[in-house]
Design a protein around this ligand. Structure first.
Ligand code: NAP
Length: 178
């Protein structure tokens, strides 16, 4: 099967998420687990590349902005100030801003980093998914959208036993749209 490629010269639109077996990604504005190895994985994958997030995810960050990356916050609020980041009024505008930064920095990926509302809005535009499958079924109020069968092909998979600071085992997968 052929992979869906970004238009020439444009970066790939990537989603990066950690989800439970039940699809849960968040609870009461926070993550439903402590997985320090996955936070390191997130940093390694996204550093130096523009990241786009919903305003609630921005609010949930313990440290704002995430360093070494352009942080773009999507909100409907006029006049919202994201200190150390940039603000977009809709996802399309955020993707244009991210692509411009990626081209300026000669990087070939931009990342949508959540949460549930922004993943749902961005999934249809995505070329690549970095999914950490967490071996847990936590309670929660934020869920990753269901992937359509036959639309995605796995290009890598790494199994991780829970290490220090990890509550669960997890699997890091990369999927590409076919
Ligand atoms: P969210 O997607 O982070 O942010 C939602 C906000 O984004 C909305 O309230 C609105 O901001 C803005 N927004 C949404 N759609 C928009 C649109 N079409 N145009 C303009 N602005 C738009 O919130 P969420 O769905 O509640 O997700 C947050 C949860 O996910 C938290 O629990 C967080 O910890 C979790 N999370 C988990 C992961 C993971 O990988 N496990 C990753 C990220 C986040 P305004 O209200 O300001 O207008």
């Amino acid at each position: 099967m052929r992979k869906a490629e970004p238009a020439a010269g444009l970066p790939a639109i990537c989603l990066i998420v950690a989800r439970g077996r039940n699809g849960v990604i968040g609870t009461q504005g926070d993550l439903p687990w402590r997985l320090s190895s996955d936070l390191k994985h997130f940093k390694a994958v996204t550093s130096g590349k523009p990241i786009i997030m919903g305003r609630k995810t921005w609010d949930s960050l313990p440290r704002r902005p995430l360093p070494g990356r352009l942080n773009i916050v999507v909100t409907r609020q006029t006049g919202f100030a994201a200190e150390g980041g940039q603000v977009a009024g809709d996802l399309g505008t955020a993707l244009v801003m991210a692509a411009a930064q990626a081209q300026a920095d000669s990087v070939d990926e931009v990342f949508v980093i959540g949460g549930a509302q922004i993943y749902a809005a961005a999934l249809g535009n995505a070329h690549r998914l970095y999914i950490t499958e967490v071996e847990a079924d936590p309670a929660g109020d934020a869920v990753f959208p269901t992937l359509e069968a036959g639309q995605w092909s796995e290009i890598s998979r790494e199994v991780h036993e829970a290490g220090p600071g990890d509550e669960y085992n997890f699997v890091c997968r990369v999927l590409e749209r076919v």
